[in-house]
Design a protein. Structure first.
Length: 125
């Protein structure tokens, strides 16, 4: 599964918004776009954490038991439909320290961003 995720994410940081397809429906031209969760995370980090250090945890609810066993206690009523959890920390070193917790393949996919830029993830480590 990790190989599949790595292949899917290989170039997401260089994606641009392009028209995926032009279609004509009921005599109207429509432009269809795809928006990946990776693009949304990039935009979120760039917009709200451009001067911060952030750990992005994917599918927190699905991995809630793993998170709890590693000291991340989350209110399930607040993450009931969660896809992405962001953890803002004081330094890049602290973010990388947290990333080490998630090096285990049984846990969620995790990414580290610093000052708005992607640094690494737990697939690379």
């Amino acid at each position: 599964m990790w190989d599949y995720i790595k292949k899917r994410l290989a170039n997401f940081h260089t994606m641009t918004k392009d028209v995926d397809e032009n279609v004509k429906i009921h005599n109207h031209n429509w432009h269809l776009y795809t928006v990946s969760l990776n693009n949304l995370v990039d935009t979120w980090v760039d917009s709200y954490h451009s001067s911060d250090h952030v750990v992005v945890v994917w599918d927190a609810l699905k991995h809630n038991d793993f998170l709890k066993s590693n000291g991340f206690v989350l209110d399930e009523t607040k993450i009931y439909n969660n896809k992405i959890l962001t953890v803002q920390v004081d330094s890049l070193d602290k973010a990388l320290e947290i990333l080490k917790i998630f090096a285990n393949n049984d846990g969620p996919f995790v990414q580290v961003f610093s000052l708005g830029k992607f640094i690494t993830d737990n697939i690379d480590n």
